[in-house]
Design a binder for this molecule. Sequence first.
Ligand code: PMP
Length: 385
Amino acid sequence: MTFELSDRVQTVPPSGIRRFFEIAEERDDVISLGVGEPDFATPWAARDAAITSLEQGKTSYTANRGKRALREAIADYVADRFDLGYGADEEIIVTAGASEAVDLAFRAFVDPGDTVAIAQPAYISYEPGVIFAGGDVLPVPTKEEDEFRLTAEALEAAGAADADVLVLCYPNNPTGAIMPAEDLEPVAAFAREHDLTVLSDEIYAELTYDGEHTSIATLPGMRERTIVFNGFSKAHAMTGLRLGYALGPADAIGAMNKIHQYTMLSAPTTAQHAALEALDSCDDDVREMVAQYDRRRQFVLSRFREIGMDVFEAKGAFYCFPEVPEGFTAEEFAEAVLREQGVAVVPGDVFGEGGAGHLRISYATGLEDLRRALDRIEAFVEEHT
Ligand code: PMP
């Protein structure tokens, strides 16, 4: 007997990068610049708090929306760091990673047939998430000449005026682009004018190397139509602990909680203890990691320029997005540099429109490995161009 799969599941193609993992397994000296995951260990104080909570037997469910003390700490943190005012009682939900929060939002705000505009290149999970929720995806390509920032013109040209929901992510995975306040304003105006719900994935907010991160939710008239996602995976190096959160108006967060309370019950309890400590006492660890990412960013950008590959000045997250040399598609380059030099990178096409001809390079890897990987890329480019 074969299972009858739902149309929604069948519609989503398999991940475009699985093939590369298979090639990578054929060599034992691969340096991966492919993964979007910090190479740092979770700050010790956060791990210690998790261990202590286990020793004390704190292994029950928490409140559906997360431990109250954690929601209060999140409210203080986002107010202090990003000028975002959200109440711990009704306007914050703690989730199993930002991933769960994004999924809850799609299910809470998207009806079958609704259109969800996604600024692309984009994190690979949004599009499947929209399809699983029954919505239709409208890609909104951003351009390198605009520093991969979303513009009102791009929204207009893509037909996003008729969309129901807009998804954006700055600092951006995969380009490393950021959106300063003056560039967010026309996007916010477009959302207000066309009555769009805005889903703003700000998981890389702390990893902003040029100025301060601005949340679109802080712009006039935006709080009431925006959900902000954030979490502990990136800045606090806690990917495996699976903890994130969403911020929004009470009715919207209430709707997300309705799904969460039946499907997840509560986010991982041990991780909530770790996260509380992370917010309480790990600012210095975060600052140190951010400083190291910034050093790596500058190193990687300057090496690509030395190699003669055009690369846009990434200013956030831990990615840069160079152009492949002429004569290659991104996929061909990524496959050949992996087979011949043992360096894993991700072709930009997998991130949607606007990504073709580029590679996503993650610098969430130690400087020594980055140095070796860039030397190998240089050897590859010298040989083939
Ligand atoms: N959003 C973006 C833009 C990401 O890059 C990632 C992780 N790669 C996530 C969300 C998921 O984060 P989490 O581990 O909190 O689920």
